[in-house]
Write a protein of this length. Sequence first.
Length: 182
Amino acid sequence: MDVFIEYMVKKQNTGKDILLKIFYAVASVVILVGSFLFIPLLGQMFSMFAPLIGFGAVFGAWYLITSMNVEYEYILTNGEMDVDKIVARRRRKRLITANARKFEAFGPFNAQEHAGKDYNNRVYACVSPDAPGNYYAVFNHATLGKTLLVFTPNDRVLEGMRSFIPRQAGGSAVYGNRPRQD
């Protein structure tokens, strides 16, 4: 029987993200107001560029602020999981493709357990690295080497993966890490 499951999670904004959004908004307003204040000083020839610069700054700030809205989509197809990063619902990028049959380790994610371990790559495609409900998978990727993937699946994704994950890697992992979904 074929397995095909899609699930999407939205990345939470960190304090740094919120401060950057505020900075972009304030900077664009300052540039917009400043561009209109300097029109008399620029002279007749360059005064037409001031509004373009001001509105360009506002557009740039809008673009940067909306680009910080990130979602991750997990697509599970017969044990192969594709993880895509979707930025502002206008750009999609494939982060990684992992075959659940080749997982070396799998289970609920605890950041302290993986802090000292040496991985060639770490892919955090989750709501937040500290959020409850995160799971991890360790596997050898063809181009990235030994990779740690941290993701936030729902019960359907976990159930779909369960039969493909080797038992010694944690294929019978319990669902105790999942927050309640009412």
